[in-house]
Design a protein around this ligand. Structure first.
Ligand SMILES: [Zn+2]
Length: 187
């Protein structure tokens, strides 16, 4: 495992019940990211690295839902059980929550999209991000691309993410590499 250091933050994207097997929009092996990310959370804890966790948090009749003309089944409804983080994810008490998907006019796949997250990270002196979570080819992709565009050194924890489709996942990795992200294999 490459080491995290001062000026780094761990950013976990949407590790929520609805994206895991049994949830409303389940990803194959979505829950398998949990033990991997828990190991990173342990290291972050040892080194005093701040943890940010985004969550998809939709109002009823959100425009991203198929019933409203969007792409996805109803998922991550605000305050629903499915919107909760996976119960085995060991988020520290001081985790900074980043709530997205609350807008009525457009979806927010990226944790940076109109959340103010970049401002907060810059305020905290963060210049490098370690990113994992769900889903590789949707919200993790959008978050990694934004992080690169915003000038953060960006490392994807490959074992700590899963795609909606394998093809989508491969395409996402190519896009991320082109944008300058480092893909961490293993660990
Ligand atoms: Zn969503």
């Amino acid at each position: 495992m490459e080491t995290m250091d001062k000026g780094d933050a761990l950013l976990l994207v949407d590790v929520q019940i609805d994206f895991c097997p049994g949830g409303a929009l389940p990803l194959n092996e979505g829950d398998e990211v949990v033990p991997v990310l828990n190991r990173w959370l342990e290291v972050a804890n040892e080194k005093g690295i701040p943890v940010f966790a985004s969550r998809d948090f939709h109002p009823l009749s959100h425009m991203s839902f198929a019933e409203c003309g969007g792409l996805w089944p109803v998922h991550c409804l605000q305050e629903s059980e499915g919107a909760a983080f996976h119960p085995e994810l060991k988020l520290p008490a001081e985790t900074v929550l980043v709530t997205k998907g609350t807008r009525f006019d457009q979806d927010q796949n990226s944790a940076f999209d109109a959340t103010g997250l970049a401002t907060q990270l810059q305020r905290d002196g963060i210049h490098r991000l370690w990113i994992g979570g769900l889903a590789l080819d949707v919200c993790v992709l959008a978050t990694v691309l934004d992080a690169c565009k915003l000038g953060f050194e960006t490392q994807l924890i490959l074992d700590g993410t899963r795609p909606v489709t394998p093809e989508g996942g491969e395409k996402a990795l190519t896009e991320m590499r082109l944008a300058g992200a480092v893909i961490l294999e293993g660990g």
